[in-house]
Design a protein around this ligand. Structure first.
Ligand SMILES: [Fe+2]
Ligand SMILES: [Fe+2]
Length: 187
């Protein structure tokens, strides 16, 4: 499957700009970590791009419809399983097992949290953001209240990666697509 095919499948089921920026953010994170682990960057990227494929149409039944969308489009069982695993303990019974699945689980919420942190910076940018500015907001329950820190921490734990490192690597990933995801700010 090519990235162009994945993008057109995404567009068949979604048209929301913020969901698109989220898809691109998670794709960038997956590509970044694939490079770091020496794994298949294209494959990991597609998993990231399509991980929320059924969310806009079925927000109350998220991931219950991923298979019926992805299987007819030619995506494999293991590809679909990986996507289903990002909702583990939230809206799915499928546990992340491969490193790739654990990265997806850990970075899904984190990309949103980093974006929220970027918006409140003077630069509105991820380009000059450091780990410590994200950590500063971490314990503030009122800030980005919808983001489940516990999920991100569980993901970092599954990867055996310190939270600081997970945040730092994900910031680097998002810098690579800063313009496309609206996080270039005024820099
Ligand atoms: Fe999701
Ligand atoms: Fe997501």
């Amino acid at each position: 499957m090519t990235r162009d095919q994945a993008v057109s499948l995404w567009r068949q089921w979604n048209n929301d700009d913020s969901l698109w920026r989220h898809a691109l953010s998670v794709e960038a994170a997956m590509r970044h970590f694939a490079r770091k682990y020496g794994e298949d960057e294209e494959y990991w990227g597609l998993v990231g791009l399509l991980h929320d494929i059924d969310y806009q149409k079925f927000p109350e039944e998220h991931l219950k419809h991923a298979r019926e969308i992805l299987a007819p489009a030619g995506y494999s069982d293991s590809f679909i399983r990986s996507i289903e695993s990002h909702g583990w303990g939230i809206c799915s019974e499928v546990e992340p097992q491969q490193v790739m699945e654990r990265v997806l689980f850990a970075t899904d919420e984190l990309t949103g949290f980093i974006a929220a942190c970027a918006y409140v910076r003077p630069s509105h940018s991820v380009l000059d953001m450091e780990v410590k500015s994200v950590k500063k907001k971490w314990g503030s329950a009122a800030f980005a209240a919808g983001v489940r820190r516990d999920i991100i921490e569980r993901g970092a734990g599954m990867l055996g990666m310190p939270l600081e490192e997970l945040i730092g690597e994900t910031i680097l990933a998002l810098r690579s697509v800063a313009d496309d995801i609206g996080l270039k700010g005024n820099l």
